[in-house]
Design a protein around this ligand. Structure first.
Ligand code: ACO
Length: 708
């Protein structure tokens, strides 16, 4: 990132509008009007071939008349004129161009889009867009867009791939009470993308957290790296996670939307909080810009209604922070702050009859207890209480408790349930820095996000540096080269296992016999019982061809089956290229798991892990991670699947060897990353995992090569 250039683009000291117009209703008019309405303090230069003046600013026929004077050029001329406008901007020493014009990559014209970026880079400029609404900044008093207003001021920033959505959300900030400093429209992301802006915002004093609306990433790996590095919270809403949605997104922005599970995994690996919908994106953003992360698991709920308390309790479990009862000494103290029939367990139910004092005391006491890591205050509107007074009293109690060392860094969220009086009271709380929501589940969801962020930060800080595994890459490449020379795009099972073996995976010994005598000799080397399988690149479904026999126990049967398998294969496909018969160690039965890899369009090689057999085929109980995957992450992947308990030891069964499995996942990740230029897809299926301490065996392996 060239910070100075991006400063010119997002914090410009002067702005030119190329295609500025004096005709109301035109986008070139709106942008100048927006700059005026935002009270931009730098110089504004409308560029128009005919006009002398536009909306109070002297107009110029060409940007070349302003050489050296312009940081940002906003371009609003029709598509066919954009490339030459960018060339002129370069000659005039402009730092960055923001291209509002549509009609490039999104409609298939990648050639002009690429030429624009190439021209800009040649002149040291960066390009925002094209196909955007522009960018906005409250602290810069900059509305360089055709959005009618700057957003409600606040400490968050928002980056959106969709322009129309950004305009709508901009106006919505006032309704929702969620403030932003900066809004960025990315459009086609021909040059400046999410990663560039996240990196730039890392040093922006006006941004505490960043919300993203993502349709698809072009360079997912860079996005991951940059997001991992920033310590500011990022909340991302990814659209196009359904199969049909992905198709809609692809046609919308011309970019590829990746698989939902891969995005979910990547967000978690990068420490990003994933929002489920627009409301959730705003809810989480509000919590992050107003409150600190939640540094422990204990959430205290104080409520005047049992029902909303239970709803919040359910939500806490659903969102990953299940409630615990308060320790007895906390309960004993809080019992003093409520009527006899209240409950101090957690949720702390001060009951409908209790007034402000109950809230005040429970909040003041609760927030200062070491046991409490976060607080949710719930209120149901009643005839005997006034929401305004309750809000004021709650705010005072929170402020007082937060002014003490014990209460200082703990997050608080509020939910008022009722009518317009409650809505007004909540707005008062939000304006005073306390996130407030009209549903207890939304409040709990928001504070759960603050907890998840702290967990992800801890995991980041505690991530151990694992030594990379050494492997003889050249030996693996030789095997691949030989298969390619043979005209194949897939390795045989024996070759695939050799490659897996080079990378340290524990494969069943599998040797190739070309004659009966060889078969017997190799069977004795491997040790009975053995499995025999036909080896032919032309026979993929070995069992269908009568090409597999298991549990062979002696030399005589080995001879007999060598002949039978060869004959079956020839009968199945007369012209098949037959390498011979594989003599394979027969692995004892264990828990079957599957390891696989796909090359994701955005994130590159990814590892998939799940239970094998019916679990993967019917239940699709698998989890993904973007490479590189460490041993530590390998352990985590095993805990992420629904069938995790089967591996951890369910119904009196001993736990499986999860350590060995984790190491296998890490070694497999190393293999697919190291050979990513060669391998298109691969899997180890099944892998038999034995009891803890007894390791595992990769029973079958497959490697499909990339077309070259
Ligand atoms: N230098 C300076 N000004 C020029 C030049 C030039 N070389 N050539 C033309 N102009 C002037 C024109 O004379 C005109 O000014 P005028 O009104 O005084 O005559 C002005 O530039 C604009 O040109 P028009 O031909 O009038 O173009 P128009 O305004 O109709 O359309 C636009 C241009 C808005 C860029 C259009 O092509 C476009 O792309 N629209 C879609 C933009 C959009 O929606 N982007 C966001 C996508 S996200 C979302 O969905 C919201």
């Amino acid at each position: 990132m060239n910070k100075e250039v991006l400063d010119g683009l997002f914090r410009p000291k002067s702005v030119a509008v190329i295609g500025a117009s004096a005709t109301p209703g035109k986008i070139g008019y709106s942008v100048v009007e927006s700059l005026n309405n935002g009270k931009y303090e730098g110089a504004i230069y409308p560029i128009n071939l005919k006009a002398d003046e536009i909306l109070g600013h002297k107009a110029y026929p060409s940007i070349l008349d302003l050489e050296g004077k312009v940081d940002l050029a906003v371009i609003t001329v029709p598509a066919k004129l954009v490339l030459s406008a960018v060339e002129e901007c370069g000659k005039a020493g402009v730092k960055g161009v923001s291209i509002i014009t549509s009609g490039f990559g999104e409609v298939g014209d990648h050639e002009t889009e690429n030429a624009i970026v190439e021209t800009a880079h040649r002149h040291g400029m960066r390009v925002l867009g094209p196909n955007i609404i522009g960018s906005l900044s409250n602290s810069g008093k900059l509305n360089a867009s055709f959005a009618p207003m700057l957003p409600l001021p606040g400490d968050a920033s928002l980056i959106s791939q969709s322009g129309a959505l950004l305009i709508a959300l901009d106006a919505g900030t006032y309704l929702r009470g969620v403030g932003f400093d900066k809004l960025f429209s990315l459009g086609n992301m021909s040059d400046v993308d999410f990663a560039d802006i996240i990196e730039w915002l890392d040093t922006d004093e006006h941004t505490k957290c960043t919300a993203l609306y993502i349709e698809g990433l072009k360079d997912g790996r860079r996005f991951l790296e940059v997001s991992k590095k920033t310590n500011k919270p990022i909340i991302a809403l990814k659209s196009g996670v359904s199969a049909h949605g992905a198709a809609a997104a692809a046609s919308h922005t011309g970019s590829l939307a990746g698989a939902a599970k891969v995005y979910g995994a990547a967000f978690e690996q990068a420490g990003i909080i994933q929002a489920t919908d627009l409301n959730n994106l705003f809810d989480l953003t509000q919590a992050f810009e107003l409150q600190p992360p939640m540094k422990g698991d204990h959430l205290l709920i104080v409520t005047n209604g049992g029902g909303v308390g239970v709803l919040a309790t359910d939500a806490a479990e659903r969102f990953g922070i299940p409630l615990e009862f308060c320790p007895p000494e906390l309960q004993a103290e809080m019992k003093n702050y409520m009527p006899e029939f209240g409950s101090a367990k957690n949720p702390v139910d001060i009951t409908g009859g209790a007034g402000l004092e109950g809230y005040r005391k429970c909040i003041a006491f609760g927030l200062q207890q070491d046991w409490v890591h976060g607080l949710a205050v719930l209120y149901c509107e009643t005839a005997v209480t006034n929401p305004d007074e309750i809000a004021q009293g709650i705010l005072e109690a929170i402020r007082e408790a937060k002014a003490t060392p014990a209460g200082k860094d703990k997050p608080v969220v509020i939910s008022f349930i009722g009518g317009t009086r409650c809505a007004k009271a909540m707005r008062y709380l939000i304006d005073n820095g306390i996130p407030a929501y009209d549903d207890p589940a939304r409040a709990v969801n928001a504070i759960a996000g603050l907890r998840q962020f702290a967990r992800l930060q801890e995991a980041k800080a505690n991530a151990k540096d694992e030594k990379p595994f050494a492997a003889d890459r050249n030996a693996a490449l030789e095997i691949i080269k030989a298969a390619r020379a043979d005209g194949r795009d897939a390795l045989t099972e024996i070759e695939a296992k050799q490659v897996f073996g080079i990378y340290g995976l524990d494969v069943t010994s599998t040797l190739l016999a070309k004659t009966e005598d060889e078969a017997v000799a190799l069977a004795n080397k491997v040790g009975y019982p053995i499995v025999m399988k036909i080896v032919s690149p032309d026979i993929l479904h070995k069992s269908d061809a009568g090409g597999v026999k298991v549990n062979i126990k002696d030399d005589a049967s080995t001879r007999e089956w060598f002949a039978k398998i060869m004959a079956n294969a020839k009968a199945y496909k007369a012209d098949a290229n037959i390498h011979g018969v594989a003599i394979q160690e027969m692995a004892p039965l264990g828990t079957e798991v599957i390891l696989g890899s796909i090359n994701d369009a955005s994130f590159g090689p990814t590892v998939m892990f799940g239970l094998g057999g019916i679990f993967v085929e019917v239940l699709k109980d698998v989890t993904f991670a973007v490479t590189p995957v460490s041993k530590e992450q390998g352990l985590k992947m095993q805990s992420e699947i629904r069938g995790a308990k089967i591996l951890a030891g369910a119904r009196g069964e001993k736990p499986r060897d999860q350590e060995a499995m984790a190491e296998t996942i890490a070694r497999y990740s190393n293999m697919i990353l190291d050979l990513q230029d060669e391998i298109k897809e691969s899997d180890a299926n099944p892998v038999m995992v034995y009891e803890a301490g007894n390791g595992l065996k990769v029973v079958d392996a497959r490697i499909i090569l990339k077309n070259k």
